[in-house]
Design a protein around this ligand. Structure first.
Ligand SMILES: [Fe+2]
Length: 291
């Protein structure tokens, strides 16, 4: 339980040049490809580079980048079990999409790790889906630079999902009336709803001030041969794809404004108790960049 009577720990955030300068971006890209022990490489069934040293955790593939890397399960810590748990859903792809942001990739990561931004940036999309007393029900677990946050769904949203599961013959990898967000450093995050819909996001840096966010959605079913259920699921998939894009289009202008203002900030920001996931990412990057 967080003790809000105590001030949050002071975190050392990266200075602005890591968000704005092309030569810093080149140094960072090299550090991430050489010094990071493991990096997300895609999902089982994806084409991965020939000769790459790749291991799987459930349906998630990771590229071993260092010969002295710890075992993958150790690197992922408690989130290896979470990836395994969600993996059965990956057999049921529903769709994919991507949006480019005029912002540094770390701003997208900071944004997605900001557990408080739902109420302000997504007041009509994500925010009504979670319990009104969401602060009380929000649980966060951290392991090095990786982390997981879990929100209780509102009763109306949980009931909506119950009906979808029944009408669409959806299967659930877990009976969880929650919205879960798992982040694996530096570029993978997975959102899941009600223990059924799984959305795998990848943050792809293109330039110091340009990033593509790619995502793939999965909706597992109990009875894939059922034609009536198939038609319902296709309609549901189209609706969920539109909603997912709308949410990302709400994030994009915010991230782009932060990018535009970063260079003129008087110094690195301060993080509150609920923003420690962001501090963990800065710590891990600082260690990689200083090594
Ligand atoms: Fe968002």
């Amino acid at each position: 339980m967080l003790n809000y009577d105590q001030p949050p720990p002071r975190r050392h955030l990266l200075p602005a040049h890591w968000f704005c300068a092309a030569d810093s971006f080149a140094r960072e890209s090299e550090a991430l490809s050489i010094r990071l022990p493991w990096r997300y490489a895609g999902l089982v069934g994806d084409a991965v580079a020939d000769g790459a040293d790749v291991e799987s955790c459930g349906g998630f593939l990771f590229h071993r980048q260092r010969t002295d890397a710890p075992p993958l399960a150790n690197w992922l810590g408690p989130f290896a079990a979470r990836l395994e748990l969600m993996s059965p859903a990956l057999a049921a792809p529903m769709g994919s999409d991507a949006v480019e942001f005029a912002a540094n990739w770390k701003i997208l990561v900071e944004n997605t790790l900001d557990d408080f931004h739902g109420s302000t940036v997504h007041p009509h999309t994500i925010h009504p889906a979670v319990d009104a007393d969401w602060r009380q029900h929000l649980h966060t677990q951290r392991h090095g630079p990786h982390s997981h946050s879990s929100w209780k769904l509102s009763a109306a949203t949980a009931q909506w999902w119950e009906k979808l599961v029944a009408r669409g013959n959806l299967s659930r990898f877990a009976a969880q009336d929650r919205y879960d967000h798992t982040f694996i450093f530096p570029d993978l995050y997975i959102a899941s709803f009600h223990g059924t819909l799984v959305m795998v996001h990848r943050v792809v840096p293109l330039a110091v001030d340009r990033t593509r966010l790619e995502w793939r959605s999965f909706l597992p079913v109990d009875n894939p041969g059922d034609r009536k259920g198939d038609a319902f699921r296709r309609s549901l998939a189209a609706q969920l794809a539109l909603s997912a894009r709308q949410v990302i289009e709400e994030d994009r202008p915010l991230c782009e404004m932060v990018q535009a203002g970063r260079a003129s900030a008087t110094g690195p920001g301060m993080l509150g108790w609920r923003e420690q996931r962001i501090g963990d990412v800065h710590d891990a990057l600082a260690a990689l960049l200083e090594a």
